[in-house]
Design a protein around this ligand. Structure first.
Ligand SMILES: [Fe+2]
Ligand SMILES: [Fe+2]
Length: 479
């Protein structure tokens, strides 16, 4: 079960050869995927030899093989974690029943919507990142970008497999739709707004992989709990790939901070707000990093949907989507009929905490778990700043800051959690979100640095390379 068959046209560990109908459907979809990759995948880099890791088994240890590959030759395939014998649904109204190996008829439409929504984000991020290869700060970073891109492509395959295998004709139509919608397209955009935003520079990429891929992690983790076993097993394997994306984000931001702190110390600058002097050093000032982080955090929080949601309740009760770490949670019955959960709401111009039926607050809970999960990396970034003796701390803005969806939509709230008038917001938002001069400065830093072992001024080299290669290894052979 755990080894992957690479002799087939579509690598897999699901015995694809024995399921002719599915094989035919996927083989018809494959050329469309490759066309999409050509059109919307990494711009101008299709001929580069990239030091990529490819999954060769789904064992947690040693599932990866490294080697130089041209991205269009990457072997996208279908890999599921091994099934658990006699697995039971462990939450919701079906708790205790055998996990579904087929789509439960009564939940079919909801399940399809969940899979399509998740699937839509995967190619969207590839589209958002497609121009970044032109301005990579190093070969090492360029390679990491491409690794993330090919794996997001594979995540799309993971969802398309489920649609093709379990949803018949409408599943095949949905799979086509996943290649037809495009990020930011006015007529046919991606489903979720954060995936229609631009990823215009490398700082955005690192923030995206730290904050927005982490939404991916939370969603996949919640779906890994699913009573629909094939979805659970798909997501479990996707999570192992996701870990690298989060690593790219955390270390990318971390190395940016390191370069800033080093340059400030060297130049004898102690005031983090001495923006002009700091930017002259060719590094990113810390307040700008905070504003960038504020933007990505707030946009990503919207991905969790309305804090109070009957869709969320239904997905949970019907056993399709659990809470984060559902199986490990203690303290309730995993059905939540009698529980409440505290949700912050805006009532009569005030922020109040309200006890809401826990079932209806499933989204809020996942968002709170997400925010807690974000903090570890932020603390590590702050350690770097502290060690350099600079008096500055990166923080998470208040949950309701700059939100467009859910309880806080339509209100203006500062990062410290004060409700504001529109006038006050307009006057101050340039201090909280990237302003025009920030973006122009970041843009000026985005110069390609594509020689082996060279790193742009604004980012420190990593401590160790990929797969224990040196940091000056030829990670990408350009032409
Ligand atoms: Fe993904
Ligand atoms: Fe990801």
């Amino acid at each position: 079960m755990s080894s992957i068959n690479y002799s087939e046209k579509i690598p897999n560990n699901i015995n694809l050869a024995e399921d002719r109908t599915l094989q035919r459907a996927l083989e018809q979809w494959q050329p469309n995927f490759l066309n999409w990759w050509d059109d919307m995948g990494p711009d101008g880099s299709q001929n580069f030899d990239v030091y990529l890791r490819t999954a060769v088994s789904v064992d947690p240890q040693g599932w990866a093989q490294f080697g130089h590959v041209k991205m269009p030759d990457y072997r996208w395939g279908i890999f599921l974690n091994p099934g658990e014998q006699d697995r039971k649904i462990h939450f919701g109204d079906h708790k205790g029943e055998a996990a579904w190996q087929d789509v439960p008829g009564e939940h079919r439409a909801n399940l399809r919507r969940i899979i399509v929504t998740q699937g839509d984000t995967e190619p969207a991020s590839v589209e958002q990142q497609r121009h970044l290869g032109l301005t990579a700060p190093s070969q090492y970073d360029l390679r990491n970008l491409f690794q993330v891109n090919v794996e997001e492509g594979r995540h799309l395959w993971a969802m398309v497999y489920l649609l093709h295998k379990y949803f018949g004709k409408d599943g095949r139509e949905e799979a086509e739709g996943l290649l037809e919608r495009n990020s930011g397209n006015a007529d046919n955009p991606r489903i979720l707004q954060a995936f229609n935003e631009k990823t215009p520079d490398w700082l955005s990429f690192f923030m995206f992989t730290y904050f927005t891929d982490r939404d991916g992690k939370m969603q996949l983790a919640a779906l890994a709990e699913s009573g629909f076993d094939p979805l659970s097993r798909s997501c479990r394997f996707m999570l192992t790939e996701e870990a690298h994306h989060l690593f790219v984000g955390e270390t990318g931001v971390g190395r940016t901070i390191e370069a800033t702190c080093n340059a400030m110390v060297k130049a004898g600058i102690t005031d983090p707000y001495d923006t002009e002097a700091i930017r002259k050093l060719g590094v990113v000032d810390l307040p700008l990093l905070q504003r960038k982080a504020n933007f990505h955090m707030s946009v990503t929080r919207d991905l969790f949907g309305s804090e109070i949601s009957s869709n969320g309740a239904e997905a949970f009760s019907s056993g399709l989507k659990g809470r984060f770490n559902e199986a490990k949670l203690t303290g309730d019955d995993h059905q939540l009929h009698n529980e409440t959960y505290s949700v912050t709401r805006v009532v009569d111009g005030k922020l109040v905490d309200e006890a809401v039926p826990a079932l209806r607050a499933i989204n809020c809970r996942l968002l709170d778990d997400y925010m807690a999960d974000c903090q570890g990396g932020i603390d590590r970034w702050n350690k770097t700043i502290e060690k350099a003796g600079i008096n500055f701390k990166l923080t998470q803005p208040y949950k309701g800051f700059n939100r467009r969806i859910g309880e806080f939509a339509g209100t203006r709230i500062s990062p410290d959690g004060t409700l504001l008038s529109q006038t006050d917001w307009d006057a101050q938002k340039g201090n909280w979100l990237p302003n025009d001069s920030d973006m122009a400065f970041i843009h000026s830093l985005m110069q390609p640095c594509h020689e082996s072992g060279q790193y742009a001024s604004w980012i420190a080299p990593p401590r160790v390379g990929i797969n224990q290669q040196p940091v000056d290894y030829e990670y990408v052979k350009i032409d």
